[in-house]
Write a protein that binds this ligand. Structure first.
Ligand code: OTU
Length: 627
């Protein structure tokens, strides 16, 4: 019996009118697909039949893709950098907090459009583990919307409405683990050996103890250790995050096939971007920290190739919260592209670090360590998200006394009243006072809006918020606003009253959307109104400045003081930011510079008030008519 080629298996389920496109796309992806999957699984005797089965199920998902999604794929295939322009703007929210459920989110589309949003990341909305679920990051089914948030029909309706509004829906694809009540875990517990092989399990502590010598901890306080004893299995299961989040075993090709199918199933429901959660953790290797392993990149490149065959309009986004030098690998290479977008978490953390230190030293180092983007790719910039600000991604930049320096920054943001800090936040999961882990809090609270008691303190807090957002908007990235930050929403302390949340201070920055603040957004006098107006002005200016597109060149001009960041885009746009509470001066490069926001023209040495930011565009020299 001859084994039919993977291409023949891919085409078999397709109607004739789709076969040419499928064959053309397959031809472009074949080398990467075979090489990467071959390197991971090729030594298995059943590799070729497995690959054939995978391609046949990929073909079936291709056949099921709706015509309007296929049309969108074709348009984007013709313009592969469609998402990297200066008019692309993101927004991230929990469904329950933003709109109660998916229908409620649809009712917020007008707000998103008013802001200029073109990309909406909804935090996990698939059926979550019963009981505690890490905010939905413990997924019980990749096929079903969580009943508390709506139905699959609601999801289809929402993606269609968003598409019509020019907004791409981004969903988490939690690749690293599933909930302990996902069918795979339940079947494993029931004794099915095939499903037990979906996970990393060990009969005793011998191997876990060996791994623990080199593997770090994500939740050292709330979930210490990386292994959990499961009585039903009488074995230890690898659980990087909470004990109820079981890491998937990607050494098993069935796991890869199942997750590729899950991704395409969601893409067919209209998801346009996948936030690949915890991408750094997918492959385990003894003697290492089990992060950023070459096999994890091979897995992602194979996943990208499959997406490029079935849904080339769909984007992959790496959520790899890793030090700056480890980030570029998540874009892959020309020959084997990986993710389209990657979170720049060290940039985000360094921005907050600059506020705490009133010095842009960390920020300048992170920017210098950030390489130019490959074609059709983008960083993701942000000020806050649903997670902590993790400080350890800055250890490379923080120098010899790095841990102590980052711990000082974390203490600043914990900002207990009386400590002299304007910030109101919480330290997250730190294991000792001289080491930093993360900081939590809404941007407004961390920037001083919550503690402000005078008009000037409030003004300064608003300037700090615009400073950080201005950096995210002008850096050269897809900026993603975090729900509530556009209105200066502050911390939600109610989580401490709930037993299932009290140990996880990330809930501090997961408040419900405040419609009373929304009502003030156009008043121009309330803190929310001023912040909203300021942000809208920056967003509008960005939209008309091609120099702010993701791939446009970026450099930093020298300043007399580390308090000032002079970020140049191209040679005609300058973001001048004073990260300190003292007034500073900066001498502009020769020529006249027009303020992007108020149109005034500046030249020579300019003054920058505390936490002040200027967006400046170089005036074009008037062409003199020959006499
Ligand atoms: C991601 O987080 C999610 O964003 C978190 O909300 C989840 O709890 C977690 O995965 C598990 O699904 O691992 O790659 O330090 O920054 O857990 C980075 C806390 C992650 C988060 C970290 C992060």
């Amino acid at each position: 019996m001859s084994i039919r080629s993977p291409l023949a298996r891919l085409l078999a389920p397709l109607p004739t009118h789709l076969r040419d496109d499928a064959a053309r796309r397959y031809a472009r992806q074949e080398a990467v697909l075979l090489d990467r999957l071959g390197s991971l699984y090729g030594q298995r005797p059943d590799f070729l039949p497995w690959l054939g089965d995978l391609m046949e199920s990929v073909g079936r998902l291709y056949a099921a893709r709706a015509p309007e999604l296929r049309r969108q794929d074709a348009q984007r295939e013709a313009r592969p950098d469609w998402f990297a322009s200066q008019s692309m703007l993101g927004y991230s929210a929990y469904v329950q907090r933003f709109g109660a459920n998916l229908q409620g989110v649809a009712a917020r589309i007008a707000h998103l459009r008013e802001l200029g949003v073109t990309y909406l990341h909804l935090l996990p909305f698939l059926r979550a583990r019963a009981g505690e679920s890490d905010g939905g990051f413990a997924v019980a089914s990749f096929e079903e919307v969580d009943p508390a948030l709506g139905s699959n029909a609601d999801l289809l309706a929402l993606t269609a409405q968003l598409r019509a509004a020019g907004i791409s829906l981004c969903s988490d694809l939690i690749l690293n683990h599933v909930a302990d009540d996902h069918a795979w875990a339940l079947d494993a517990k029931a004794g099915d050996p095939l499903l037990r092989d979906f996970f990393h399990t060990y009969p005793d502590r011998v191997q876990p103890d060996r791994y623990e010598q080199t593997v770090g901890q994500v939740f050292p306080q709330a979930a210490p250790g990386n292994f959990t004893f499961v009585p039903e299995l009488q074995r230890w299961v690898w659980t990087t995050f909470y004990p109820y989040q079981w890491d998937l075993n990607y050494a098993n090709p069935a796991v890869f096939a199942a997750m590729a199918g899950a991704m395409l199933g969601l893409a067919n429901k209209g998801i346009e971007v996948f936030r690949l959660d915890s991408t750094a953790f997918l492959w385990k290797r003894e003697g290492t920290d089990c992060m950023n392993q070459p096999e994890a990149h091979s897995l992602l490149q194979a996943l990208r190739a499959i997406a490029a065959i079935v849904a080339p309009g769909v984007l992959l986004k790496a959520e790899a919260i890793v030090p700056t030098p480890k980030l570029p690998a998540y874009f892959g290479s020309d020959a084997a592209p990986e993710c389209h977008i990657a979170y720049h978490s060290s940039l985000m953390a360094a921005g907050w670090g600059a506020l705490a230190e009133e010095s842009t030293d960390l920020l300048q180092q992170v920017i210098a360590a950030t390489p130019p983007l490959p074609p059709a790719a983008s960083w993701l910039s942000y000020v806050r998200c649903h997670d902590d600000i993790g400080w350890n991604v800055l250890l490379n930049e923080a120098g010899a006394d790095g841990p102590a320096r980052l711990a000082r920054i974390a203490r600043f943001f914990a900002g207990t009243p009386g400590s002299g800090s304007y910030a109101r936040g919480a330290a997250f999961q730190s294991s000792s006072a001289d080491k930093a882990h993360g900081s939590n809090g809404m941007a407004a609270s961390l920037a001083g809006l919550e503690s402000a008691t005078t008009v000037q303190e409030q003004e300064y807090a608003l300037r700090r918020l615009l400073l950080l957002h201005g950096l995210a908007l002008s850096f050269g990235a897809l900026p993603v606003l975090y729900m509530g930050d556009e209105l200066g929403m502050t911390n939600d302390y109610s989580y401490t009253q709930r037993a299932d949340r009290a140990m996880d201070s990330r809930w501090l920055q997961r408040p419900a959307f405040d419609d009373s603040l929304l009502a003030w957004r156009h008043d121009g006098v309330s803190a929310s109104g001023r912040l909203y107006l300021g942000l809208r002005q920056l967003i509008d200016a960005r939209g008309r400045l091609p120099a702010l597109a993701a791939a446009a060149p970026r450099s930093v001009l020298p300043a007399d003081t580390p308090a000032v960041l002079a970020l140049l885009r191209g040679d005609a746009f300058l973001n001048l930011s004073n990260f300190s509470g003292a007034s500073q001066r900066f001498t502009l490069p020769a020529g006249e510079w027009r303020n992007s926001l108020d149109g005034s023209v500046l030249a020579g040495t300019v003054g920058l008030q505390p936490w002040h930011m200027l967006w400046l565009e170089r005036e074009q020299e008037q062409k003199r008519e020959p006499a």
